[in-house]
Structures are given as C-alpha cells and as structure tokens.
Design a protein around this ligand. Structure first.
Ligand code: ATP
Length: 588
C-alpha cells in the first residue's frame, strides 16, 4: 500500500477534531487497506508500532532526528535547529527543508506503508553501541525517498508527536462501519479489544473474517486484559444507596495492581497500564507457579510492601524502591512484599469474566494456595453502614487505604469503570476528598538546599476532548531530599528543547518535559484561575481551574501513563462537589 494514501489521511485527520469526520476518514482509509496491512495502519494512526503491552518503543530523540534530516538534506544541523526553534514541529521543519531539496533532486523510489513500518520496527529494535548511527542511517534512507509531506509524518511518528486525537473508540466505530456496515457491531469489537488490549489484532480479525470472526475471538494467555475500574464514593451511605443491601467489601491495599499470566513455569506480570513489569519482581516469578492448582490461569492481585517482622502493610512508596533496573536482587531482599489476590480472569483454557463475583472468588481460592507470600485480599460480605464502618476500621488499622466494594452477582467488566465496583477511601489527608494524579510538564530550578534539582514542578491535568495537558498548579511542597533526587534523575532525560505542542500553559517554566510522568498530589481546594488552563472556559469565560496549596504525597505513579492522569472532567466534578459541600455547610 502506498504510504502517500496514509499520509493523505493523516493530513485530513489533523485538520479536524470532530469525531464523526474522523470516523469517516478512517472508514475511507480502512476500505483502501489490504487486510494484511490493516493492523499496521491501526498501530500507526495511534503513533505506535505494536500494542502498548509489548513495549516496542521508537525512542528517537529530537537531536538524532535533527542529525538525520541534516544528513538527508545535506544542510547544516545549526540551520535545522534554528528553524525548529523559530516555530512548528520537527516534522514540519523537515518538510520545508526537504521541499528545497526536492526541487533539485529526483525521488528514487515510491515508499510503501509496509516499508515505512518495517524500517521503523528495525529502528525500535536497535540496541547497543552503534545503534545511534544505524538509526540515523535508516531514518535518512526513508527521508531520502519520501516526499516532504511524507517526511514530516515519518518524523512525527518517530518522535511520538503524531497526535491525530483519534480515540480507541473512534477506531472501533470505523472498523464496525467499514467491515460490517453497521456501527452497532462496535460492541462486539469493543469486547474483543477489552480482552486482548490489541486493537491491531481486532482490526485484522474483522477485516479477514468479518464480524462473525470477531464473535469467536477468545482471550489468550500472555495478552493482557484491560482492567475493570471502580467509581469513587464518599461515604458508607452512598455505598448502600448504590449497591443495595448486600455486597462484598475488600481491603483496598496501597500497592501496585498486577495481572499475572501463568502457564507452568512461565509467568508474565502486567501493570495497571498493561506494561510488562516482570523484571521488577523476580520473587513472584519464582514462587508463584508452586501455589497454582491449574494448568494455566490469569489472576489479579495487589502487590504490597510489608514489614517482614510484623507482617504490616507498608505504603506504596516503599514498594516503588523495587522499580529499578539494576541490583534488583538486592531490592528483593531489602523490600519484601506479599502478593494479595482479588480476582481470577481465566482458568484452564476458559474465560472466567462471565462468572459473577462470588463464583470468581470461590474459583480463585480453589486454584491458588495461600502461604506467607501469597494471600487472598481480606474480604467480607456487608449488609449495612455499620458493617462497612467496622471493616473500614480493620482495613485502615492494617495499613491500607480504605475499601473496595463489589457487587456479588456481577461479572468482570474488562476495560470499564462502573458502579459494580466502588472505592471508598478514608478522607484523612485531603480536604478535596481524594488525591489527584497529575502530569509533570515543567520544572523550576531549586535554590539553596535544592540547588541541582527541580525545586518546583509545573503540573497538568489531562484534557480528554483535546487530547492535551492543561496546567493546573505549581507544586513545591511535600518533597523530601530523596524525592527531589529521584525526580531529577527521572525528569532530566525528559527535558525537551521546546514545549511539547500538547502542553497548554501560559507559565514560563525553566525547563519543559515530555508529558509522561504522573505524580500524586493533595490540595486544600480548587479555585478559579486566570493563569491556569485546566477546564478553561468551562466554569467561567477566560478562566481556568487551579489547585490551592497543592502538596506532593510522595507517590510517583509509575504505573500510570500521562493519559491516565486526572481529567478536566474529574476536576470540574470535584470543583462542583466542593461548592455543594460549602453550600450545605452554610445551610446547617
Ligand atoms: P483507578 O481507579 O483509575 O485505578 P487509581 O489507580 O488512582 O485509579 P485508586 O483510587 O488507587 O485507583 O483505586 C483503584 C486501585 O486500587 C486499583 O487499580 C488497584 O491497584 C487498587 N486495589 C487495592 N485493593 C484492591 C482490591 N481489593 N480490588 C481491586 N483493586 C484494588
């Protein structure tokens, strides 16, 4: 398939944000795509090469891209950097520069989607000492044969700046229309996506075998399932109102959620955002096969750091010491854990998602043996507010955060957040009622004791509609010296030459970061703000929302990607909630 067809679609799609138009462009694109290429197209329009859980990262830095453009166009690096700083993104700069060049040379070969994809894939797999040179060679070879517009999109994909604003839902709509003529079939495709986390595979199945083929789609071991999520509630009373008069309450442990895929000795661990995190937990990989009573199984658990002497649960920060690439063996002994199981999703070749909660819990206990390291999450069935309060007390005393409440007669709803699971946290630290997970977008250099670190960070919420990150506050409190060191180590490599176009902020930070890292903060209040961009114009014209007295809680949310951060919709709900509480208090 000619790459120019894809590029024309990219170009049209970049000019609109309207979901219906995007869907129509996608349908037209899918109809021109050979079946064997459709998965590649689906990954590329999302700026990826493979589903996220495979961890295939392009990892091309701006500097390398600039060198490659320079090599391909025979133009000094300095000139490209100047153009880049002046405006536009690097893709655009490349197209201007190559435009000048194509007026004097011939294009050698038409490029195809398959060739671009294979080359990008090779670049992603390169490792080792000469990899930078090799990457540059591959990039230049593509740029040499590309038209200026094609080059600009190749660079956007390479740098991860291709942002068409196409949500997974839109891709699913378009696949349903293109291959079944009926948008209502999206439900069948959505299910397949929820149990495979691989939109490319779903696309290939529907293109090749039609909607009937997708109906036969089965979950597979070592392909993660999109997790079921919980709605938050604020009181025991709300729980009874929403769940009725009998439901399960489990401890809400403060650790890392993990999905375990196990077949014999082979074990793979996926995080909440479905990243393969097996390397951090060699102790789980070694011990888990011994306690499993099934041939193959998919389970969910919360990994928690513990005090080995007392068995007490320790806070999440302790566990994060495990997130290191080197000397893992040492971390395993220094930071002991337990694995606390709460669900079973697959057993002996069959899905368990359709089973209700009670049956799943029973199956879990039948197929996993408890020992010092492997536990079931404490659970009880509750019937009224008092029972919830008592169990909450036990949970907090054991060192956990609160309770998860789960309906007894409901199946596991992969990939959805709903009212079958609710989370109730003890409101101890935070007047807003819950913490927020925010994306670090900028940094300000520290002074005094904080010299050599970012003393203050600029944080953003995620704007789902625009697919961008909007500033909401600066935070400079709550950081220990160790936190500042760690954050500097993580953030320094994320510094960009220019502010990423997905960042919306009027503040002038000392440095800008790729919007990737998510940290947790608490705050006293959400206020209207003339400076910050979160929920701009939503409450009042020309006004955004900001956090008052924000404080870092010490939690870096490694398991979250930037798009999992608190959204503007959530902030608006919290803002309105806080106004309501104030209003109710005044009436009392
Ligand atoms: P999300 O609801 O988006 O996951 P979050 O990660 O901020 O948001 P929390 O408010 O911490 O979520 O609550 C949900 C998380 O609680 C789960 O993802 C899981 O890691 C953890 N958890 C702890 N105990 C349980 C339990 N018993 N059942 C399910 N999840 C649990």
């Amino acid at each position: 398939m000619e790459f120019s067809i894809l590029v024309d679609s990219f170009y049209k799609m970049e000019l609109t944000r309207k979901r219906l138009e995007l869907t129509q462009f996608l349908v037209e694109l899918f109809e021109q795509t050979p079946h064997e290429t459709i998965s590649k197209i689906v990954y590329l329009i999302q700026g990826k090469l493979r589903p996220d859980f495979e961890g295939v990262e392009l990892g091309v830095a701006e500097k390398l891209a600039i060198r490659s453009i320079s090599k391909s166009a025979g133009i000094p690096i300095k000139r490209i950097e100047d153009e880049y700083v002046k405006g536009g993104d690097l893709g655009h700069v490349a197209s201007i520069i190559l435009e000048e060049k194509t007026q004097t040379t011939f294009l050698v070969e038409d490029i195809t989607v398959e060739r671009v994809y294979e080359t990008l894939f090779k670049i992603a797999r390169l490792r080792g000492s000469h990899s930078q040179d090799m990457k540059m060679k591959y990039i230049s070879s593509l740029l040499n044969d590309a038209t200026p517009l094609e080059a600009s999109y190749i660079l956007k994909i390479l740098l991860g700046t291709l942002r068409l604003g196409i949500a997974e839902n839109t891709v699913i709509d378009a696949l349903a229309i293109a291959f079944s003529g009926n948008k209502d079939n999206r439900k069948i495709l959505q299910y397949a996506y929820n149990v495979s986390s691989d939109l490319g595979k779903v696309a290939e199945t529907v293109a090749t075998n039609g909607i009937e083929g997708v109906k036969k789609f089965e979950m597979t071991l070592f392909n993660p399932i999109r997790p079921m999520l919980a709605d938050r509630i604020k009181s025991e009373r709300e729980a009874i109102e929403k769940m009725g008069n009998q439901f399960a309450a489990e401890y809400k442990l403060d650790g890392e959620r993990v999905q375990l895929h196990i077949k014999g000795e082979r074990v793979v661990l996926f995080s909440r955002s479905l990243e393969n995190i097996s390397i951090y937990y060699p102790d789980i990989i070694e011990k888990i096969p011994k306690v499993i009573q099934a041939d193959n199984i998919i389970l969910e658990a919360e990994i928690v750091a513990i005090n080995e002497n007392t068995g007490e649960f320790l806070p999440f920060q302790e566990l994060m010491h495990r997130r290191r690439k080197y000397k893992i063996e040492k971390a395993v002994t220094q930071y002991p854990i337990t694995v606390n199981f709460f669900d079973i999703l697959y057993c002996n070749g069959k899905s368990c998602l359709e089973l209700n909660y009670k049956d799943r819990r029973e199956k879990l206990e039948k197929n996993v043996k408890e020992d010092d390291f492997i536990k079931y999450i404490p659970m009880t069935v509750v019937k009224n507010e008092n029972e919830i309060e008592d169990f909450m007390e036990n949970s907090i005393n054991a060192g956990s955060e609160g309770l998860m409440l789960k309906m007894l007669d409901k199946p596991y709803q992969a990939g959805s957040r709903g009212s079958h699971w609710l989370k109730l946290k003890r409101e101890y630290q935070n007047e807003l009622g819950d913490s927020l997970d925010l994306v670090v977008i900028g940094g300000f250099f520290g002074k005094g004791r904080r010299t050599g670190s970012y003393g203050t960070l600029l944080l953003a919420t995620y704007d789902e509609d625009e697919d961008i990150f909007t500033s909401i506050c600066k935070v400079g409190t709550g950081f220990s010296d160790e936190d500042l060191d760690q954050l500097y180590q993580i953030l320094n490599p994320k510094v960009t030459i220019k502010k990423n176009p997905r960042i919306n902020s009027e503040m002038e930070a000392d440095v800008w970061f790729e919007p990737e890292l998510v940290i947790e903060v608490v705050a006293s209040e959400i206020t209207l703000s003339p400076i910050h961009k979160a929920a701009m114009d939503k409450i009042r014209k020309n006004t955004g929302l900001a956090l008052r007295f924000p404080k870092f809680t010490g939690k870096i949310r490694f398991e979250k990607v930037a798009e999992d951060a608190s959204t503007n919709k959530e902030i608006i709900t919290l803002y309105k909630g806080q106004k309501k509480v104030a209003h109710d208090k005044n009436l009392m």
